[in-house]
Design a protein around this ligand. Structure first.
Ligand code: ZN
Length: 405
């Protein structure tokens, strides 16, 4: 009885520590920061190269130009009633209808012809007669100008993706209808496969797995961060990381979930579709694996408790039960949702023994987003729009999973 009581107390204490007391080792922080540093340097360089003049100035210039052009047009219509017929262009989609769908507030100033859209802290400004829209300080150019007929303002077809996409809430964009407040996941490790000297697989047209999966992972990261999750990337640049390093980053972080992203290859070039891998059961050999034992030691060292072999054993058991149950649940959801949404064959949630999946202590999956060996699928994976669609489907699945009991 006494032993059972003591064990129960330890389990409760441990459960508390598991969720509250994990920290990150400096070496992992260093790897992560190095990757971030490279990306931020590249972005800073791109920003300084593309800087011409401020978009705010351009916006004000456009307002003035619109007023002058508006005056000229009124003058012409008054004076040239018998002028050549004005070609009729398709008016586009009603702005009022789009705002209603996405629950976005809007105002229109009939003097300046300026439309202001607002959602929470964000705002966007557009001019009737101009294809330019300012989202905060960022300028977006549409395929056609906004038009007005009576009290209705019409926007071109790309307004939804270019303006509402970055501007609207992540929930409405990815179609997640649940609540973000009570998610069971707070931190996720996203692991873009391969990198650096290891390109992974390669399509016939030369598309490399390491590049495709990094892009999809970055998109997934942005969506999940916007939804309020903390995201740790194993790499954010074209750098090489060993498989043990990837699992160690998960063990030393405060993460609840590990998602590794890869692209697939088959000698039979007709094969296409999505597969998601997870660990269904682990053999004694796997449980005794050196890397797993190492990750368990790292994990226990960061608990607010005296590390011991007994504690390590209890932790390993608890983590294992949780990992097996939750990994399968998420794998089945993601493979179903992404296949459905992307319109590709569902090749199922499959059991595997991949190193990064079996040696991470937290629930872990490996998503094979498509076959680079298949010509059509390679072409799709080369498209940013398709990669965004994959990232949005995965983000929605992860959020639905995280909001389930
Ligand atoms: Zn791979």
């Amino acid at each position: 009885m006494l032993n059972a009581d003591r064990l129960m107390v330890r389990l409760v204490t441990l459960a508390h520590h598991l969720w509250k007391s994990r920290t990150t080792l400096p070496r992992t922080e260093c790897l992560y920061q190095n990757a971030r540093h490279e990306v931020s340097e590249r972005r800073a360089l791109a920003r300084s190269e593309s800087k011409g003049h401020s978009s705010g100035d351009e916006y004000h210039w456009l307002v003035r130009r619109n007023l002058v052009l508006g005056g000229l047009l009124i003058f012409c219509f008054h004076g040239c009633a018998t002028g050549p017929p004005v070609p009729t262009l398709p008016l586009g989609i009603s702005l009022q209808e789009i705002c209603r769908q996405y629950n976005i507030q809007w105002q229109f100033d009939s003097v300046t012809q300026v439309v202001i859209l607002s959602y929470k802290d964000h705002n966007a400004k557009a001019l009737v007669g101009s294809p330019t829209v300012l989202i905060g300080q960022q300028k977006v150019t549409l395929n056609a100008p906004l038009r007005r007929q009576n009290s209705t303002i019409f926007v071109p077809g790309d307004f939804e993706s270019k303006v509402i996409g970055p501007f609207g809430s992540v929930r409405s964009r990815i179609g997640f209808t649940g609540e973000l407040a009570n998610l069971k996941i707070h931190t996720i490790v996203i692991d873009p496969g391969h990198g650096g000297k290891d390109p992974g697989t390669r399509g016939r047209s030369g598309l490399k797995e390491k590049d495709v999966v990094l892009d999809v992972s970055e998109r997934l990261k942005s969506l999940l961060q916007e939804a309020g999750l903390k995201v740790i990337m194993t790499r954010e640049a074209d750098i090489y990381l060993t498989l043990p390093e990837r699992t160690e980053m998960a063990s030393q972080s405060n993460a609840d979930l590990f998602v590794s992203i890869h692209a697939n290859f088959m000698p039979a070039r007709t094969t296409q579709g999505i597969e998601v891998y997870y660990v269904r059961s682990t053999s004694k050999r796997d449980l005794d694996e050196w890397q797993r034992q190492m990750n368990e030691r790292m994990f226990v060292q960061h608990l607010d408790a005296q590390p011991s072999r007994t504690l390590q054993g209890i932790v390993a058991d608890m983590m294992y039960q949780l990992k097996v149950a939750e990994s399968g649940k998420l794998a089945r959801r993601i493979v179903h949702d992404v296949a459905d949404n992307a319109g590709v064959p569902n090749r199922g949630a499959r059991h595997c023994r991949y190193f990064v999946v079996r040696n991470t202590l937290i629930p872990a999956i490996l998503v094979e987003i498509g076959f680079l060996s298949n010509k059509q699928e390679e072409k799709k994976l080369d498209s940013p729009a398709y990669r965004q669609k994959l990232a949005e489907s995965m983000a929605r699945s992860i959020l639905v999973y995280a909001s389930s009991s």
